[in-house]
Design a protein around this ligand. Structure first.
Ligand code: PMP
Length: 292
């Protein structure tokens, strides 16, 4: 591992290089048209003094599907090596990992053919913020990208939709936006999936327009919860609501519009279990960890 003062290194097209020296050209296709795909992955310090990446193959498989949608070359084995090499080079244990593949230089045409594909991995040290702030959600006036217009994958351009909703929620005094569809069904937040708890029963919100979250899948397996479509009216009647995602982990919701939620014991218990699983303290789920 490098000394803490060392310039952070990023993996870029096959090499580890100082991150602050990297630049993209002005005709970068992804910058003009959003033709890139990314992932948000985390590594956690383990009790043996090492670190492990949580569900790395699942994240890279989702990225592969996103790359395929654009015809971007993507090799999960190479990406695995890049993620581990970047973490090791930076000496990061508790870390957020951001791989990005995109079409670069090649002019202003929409066709991706002739544009240069690139790939990078950046890692940043994370503060552990399990059971962090209780989020206040505003219901977005924007609809989530419908899945028959954009596949619910981590395509760069798709996140303009999240940015619009997040800005609106913040301007209205909330922390985060909750997307609902025209029929009043809950979709997801801007970067997290949604669950509710009613009479001790845990339910995951299911919706075709929502990202198939890996944290959501993890919590479904850990809790044996059911997944089904949930109307907003039912979410407002729930005892507890939480959002979940790689970055958010298990985040209790304090408020949706003017509905305030009280104590959240089931959410807290799940958040604690999730915290043990990602750190390798639950032997039954150790196969989800890739040692750094
Ligand atoms: N929905 C959206 C729109 C997201 O960007 C994310 C973050 N990747 C999630 C849900 C949660 O997904 P995951 O648990 O795989 O991080």
């Amino acid at each position: 591992p490098q000394a803490a003062t060392a310039v952070a290194l990023a993996w870029f097209d096959g090499e580890l290089v100082p991150a602050d020296g990297l630049q993209a050209g002005l005709t970068t296709h992804a910058m003009h048209y959003g033709s890139g795909v990314f992932e948000g992955i985390r590594a956690y310090a383990t009790d043996d003094g090492g670190a492990a990446v949580f569900r790395l193959p699942e994240h890279l498989e989702r990225m592969r599907r996103g790359a395929e949608a654009f015809g971007l070359p993507f090799d999960p084995a190479q990406a695995t090596g890049a993620v581990l090499a970047t973490l090791r080079a930076n000496g990061h244990r508790d870390a957020y990992i951001r791989p990005l593949a995109w079409f670069g230089e090649g002019g202003f045409g929409l066709d991706v053919e002739g544009h240069v594909p690139h790939m990078m991995v950046a890692t940043t040290a994370t503060q552990v913020h399990l059971n962090g702030t209780r989020a206040r959600l505003g219901v977005s006036s924007w609809r989530r990208n419908p899945s028959d217009s954009l596949p619910p994958l981590k395509l760069c351009g798709a996140y303009v939709n999240s940015i619009l909703a997040k800005r609106e929620a913040k301007a209205r005094g909330f922390d985060e936006a909750l997307f609902t569809d025209r029929g009043g069904l809950v979709v997801e937040c801007t970067g997290a999936n949604v669950f509710m708890v009613k009479d001790g029963r845990v339910t995951a919100v299911a919706h075709d327009d929502a990202l198939d979250g890996i944290t959501r899948d993890t919590l479904l397996r850990l809790s044996g919860a059911q997944a089904r479509p949930v109307p907003l009216a039912e979410l407002l009647e729930a005892d507890e609501v939480f959002a979940c995602g790689t970055a958010a982990e298990v985040a209790p919701v304090a408020q949706i519009e003017d509905r305030r939620y009280g104590d959240n014991p089931v959410t807290r218990e799940l958040a604690e279990l999730y915290g043990r699983v990602v750190r390798g303290r639950e032997h039954a789920w150790r196969h989800w960890l890739t040692e750094v």
